[in-house]
Design a protein around this ligand. Structure first.
Ligand code: C5P
Length: 406
């Protein structure tokens, strides 16, 4: 995921400096290259041996140390990197960055930078809230740096408030997001993809609604794989058991009509994937009070009206407005191939992914899926795989399709 990416990681002297080691492990595991620089005060918390061993590159510290200035030119160090990350950034180091000090290797690298900088501050709550720190923060934001955290919580000094270092996985997500947004070689860079996901809810009265068992896991996995491939993802979701993926534009909806409106609002796009489990109908009238049993003790009857078919409405758009690829899902309980083939034609979509959701299939709410893929020419059975793998495989198919000459 970060293969070939070089990250200059500046570690300054805070009690949370050890978390930079966890961050380095994550970057390395994702295939990235880390060059650590430790400030003098960071050496009180992390040894160059630990940092260098985890990074797989010698940890550097002083500007003129080891007689290595000729060997490791501090300007080249910055030119070589794709991104600079400061973890943790103390109040003192923020002040140095904001005022252009350059009296050690870390601050010199910052002053000589031609790369984006992500800063994860860590300090006592009073130091964070102090007017000079807040001025420096604003200056650094104005200079184009981005910030992760600080978080709220208990501090090493026993006080409580804003100032804790963001967790390493959150800083790691910000690093990945930077490369997704600015990476040049990602296959879906510049493509806009719309994904619907989750379950719609159709209210009957103020406290009841009709819905289904969709967990939103498959739609989320697809959106995540598309994002990782560099696409700009419009993620339009109903109720789901899992949070939306990082880095996508989320629109949360309740009813099928809301989803219809949000989808048409989000157009145009290059590819549209309809993974949501949409309610085909809704109660004709929504009571403004809780519906009671009938006076004679019988159950009230419900009159239903049809919801708009969102997938169909997009597949039928005029060629100048229609996405290049319109992809539907079919959740079937029997005769999957027969029903799916008919659905592809009826809906007018280009591809259809059919899955068996019969009792015992484990598809709804589970982490795996068995897909039969229809592209209008024929069908292919995909081996059972995780929903994440389905997301990846579908993303690869989309990438190859969009690469074909017209
Ligand atoms: O007709 P059926 O509900 O089986 O079709 C499933 C496919 O159509 C899915 O891709 C689903 O997201 C989409 N759909 C829709 N709007 C509806 C009903 C289904 O977009 N009202």
């Amino acid at each position: 995921m970060l293969a070939g990416r070089k990250i200059l990681l500046i570690i300054t002297g805070g009690i949370a400096a050890f978390k930079a080691i966890d961050l380095m492990r994550m970057i390395k595991k994702a295939g990235g290259d880390v060059q650590p620089i430790l400030t003098k005060s960071a050496l009180e918390f992390v040894t160059p041996l630990t940092a260098g061993t985890v990074a797989g590159n010698p940890a550097l510290s002083e500007l003129f140390d080891l007689g290595r200035e000729a060997e490791i030119n501090h300007i080249e160090l910055v030119r070589d990197a794709d991104l600079i990350v400061v973890v943790p950034a103390t109040g003192d180091f923020m002040a140095k960055m904001a005022h252009g000090f350059a009296d050690d290797l870390a601050s010199t690298a910052i002053l000589a930078r031609d790369k984006h900088v992500i800063v994860a501050p860590s300090m006592n709550v009073r130091m964070w809230e102090a007017a000079p720190t807040q001025r420096n923060f604003q200056t650094l934001v104005d200079d184009g740096m981005s910030f992760v955290g600080p978080d709220k919580g208990e501090m090493a000094c026993g006080e409580f408030g804003l100032g804790r270092l963001a967790e390493p996985d959150v800083i790691f997500a910000a690093i990945k997001d930077y490369f997704f947004t600015f990476g040049e070689n990602l296959p879906l860079k510049g493509k806009r993809v719309l994904v619907t996901s989750g379950a719609t809810r159709e209210p009957l009265d103020p406290v009841r609604f009709l819905t289904n068992a969709s967990s939103g896991k498959q739609g989320t996995a697809i959106a995540s794989a598309l994002r990782a491939a560099g696409a700009d993802v419009e993620f339009i979701t109903g109720a789901a058991d899992v949070p939306p993926p990082d880095g996508v534009n989320v629109t949360q909806i309740t009813t099928a009509q809301d989803m219809y409106d949000a989808v048409h609002e989000a157009l145009p796009c290059d590819v549209a994937i309809f993974c949501a489990a949409v309610s085909d109908w809704r109660p004709k009238a929504v009571g403004d009070k809780k519906i009671k049993k009938n006076g004679d003790g019988t159950a009230p009857s419900l009159e239903m009206v049809l919801n708009p078919d969102i997938l169909h409405s997009v597949a039928q758009l005029e060629p100048d407005q229609r996405p290049q690829l319109v992809i539907g899902f079919a959740a079937e309980t029997n005769d999957v191939v027969k029903h799916a083939e008919a659905k592809l034609v009826r809906k007018g979509c280009d591809w259809l992914l059919a899955n068996d959701v019969s009792a015992g299939s484990g598809t709804f709410g589970g982490d795996h899926n068995s897909i039969i893929f229809f592209d209008g020419q024929g069908h292919q059975e995909w081996a059972q795989m995780s929903k994440a793998e389905v997301g990846q495989k579908l993303t690869n198919q989309i990438t190859s399709y969009l690469k074909q000459p017209d």
